[in-house]
Design a protein around this ligand. Structure first.
Ligand SMILES: NC(=O)c1ccc[n+]([C@@H]2O[C@H](COP(=O)([O-])OP(=O)(O)OC[C@H]3O[C@@H](n4cnc5c(N)ncnc54)[C@H](OP(=O)(O)O)[C@@H]3O)[C@@H](O)[C@H]2O)c1
Length: 314
């Protein structure tokens, strides 16, 4: 259960800054943590929250990138659902003037995840076709926009017509309602039988074998979650015959250096798109920090489209 508690003010450790949190993103992993299915890594706070935006109020030893008063958005290993949160200086990005702090708080977790898995790991190229499962999720709405911005074609899947419409508005063409249509046949039909060059999958289970069917020759499948099951019986001959690459990653447990490298790449390649509004986090709803439990209920309802954000006031 999520309950408000008074905790000691976090300190900015070596290489860190302390942020007065204006807003914090809510992510599916927070719900899993609350349910005991995604424990925080060793040494991390048990307070949930993987991304924040706000103002720097203190600078720790050895941290030189930010000064007090800077507006930053940061990926954190936990502790975002709070008035103050420490962040590593290299996991923070400047908030462009065009973004509110609420919008900025919806950026780090999904943009870091999508950048790393779609572009670095999945090697998406302009002109290729990306199939995104969970197209209306926080991750999905980011993946659709970024892939489009970098010149790819996007096919998405989602579980209702309003969700499919939202994906189409972001540029997915087609968006497949997986409850009424077979995504393998629909992907093949949409690509003249070729299949998708890259598949971003958060479902797993029986999607694994079906993804192999829906992939193009030399295609890549990147696994970022296994909501539909972590085990599957798969015909691996598809993987061999199509020369597929199946990979995956999780973000939270990555090293400080790995996350800093992702932040650097995002600053160079994606921040300009956020600054001029070419891509934007899609916000479903905002809740006051004290109503975090209601924000989790909204996420668990599965009705949201895009990101849920907590707003923090003193
Ligand atoms: N590996 C990483 O580094 C990393 C980082 C962040 C998040 N994640 C994972 O990425 C996923 C999305 O995160 P989020 O915060 O964006 O969550 P979210 O907004 O709650 O999205 C969850 C999505 O999963 C889809 N889904 C769930 N079960 C499904 C099923 N059986 N078949 C098809 N679709 C299904 C839902 O689609 P419909 O509503 O259309 O059914 C929904 O769009 C989560 O699983 C999260 O754990 C991974």
């Amino acid at each position: 259960m999520l309950v408000s508690q008074l905790r000691p003010l976090p300190q900015a450790g070596t290489g860190e800054v302390l942020v007065a949190v204006a807003a914090a993103g809510v992510n599916r992993p927070d719900v899993m943590q609350r349910e005991g299915k995604y424990p925080p890594p060793k040494g991390a706070t048990d307070i949930p929250g993987l991304e924040i935006a706000g103002e720097v109020v203190a600078v720790g030893e050895g941290a030189s990138r930010w000064k007090v008063g800077d507006r930053i958005m940061a990926l954190v290993v936990g502790g975002g659902y709070a008035q103050y949160c420490a962040a590593h200086e290299s996991h923070a990005l400047p908030v462009p003037p065009s973004l509110t702090l609420v919008a900025a708080a919806a950026v780090p977790e999904t943009f870091f995840t999508v950048w790393h898995n779609v572009f670095a790991r999945g090697r998406l190229q302009s002109g290729e076709t990306l199939l995104v499962h969970g197209g209306s999720s926080g991750i999905g709405t980011t993946a659709i926009q970024l892939a489009k911005a970098f010149g790819a074609r996007v096919i998405a899947t989602a579980g209702s017509e309003p969700k499919c419409d939202a994906c189409r508005r972001l540029g997915a063409d087609p968006c497949i309602n997986y409850r009424s249509e077979d995504f393998v046949a629909a992907t093949k039909a949409a690509t003249g039988g070729r299949g998708a060059d890259l598949i971003l999958d958060m479902v797993g289970g029986d999607y694994i074998g079906r993804n192999y069917e829906a992939a193009a020759v030399e295609g890549r499948v990147v696994q970022i979650a296994v909501q539909g099951g972590r085990k599957a019986t798969v015909d691996f001959s598809r993987l061999m015959l199509k020369r597929l690459t199946h990979t995956g990653s999780t973000l939270r447990a990555r090293s400080i250096a790995d996350k800093a490298a992702i932040a650097n790449a995002i600053e160079s390649h994606v921040l300009p798109l956020l600054a001029d509004g070419k891509v934007r986090p899609m916000i479903d709803s905002t809740f006051a920090l004290a109503d975090a439990a209601a924000a989790h209920l909204r996420m668990q309802s599965g009705e949201h489209i895009g990101k849920i954000v907590l707003t923090c006031k003193d």
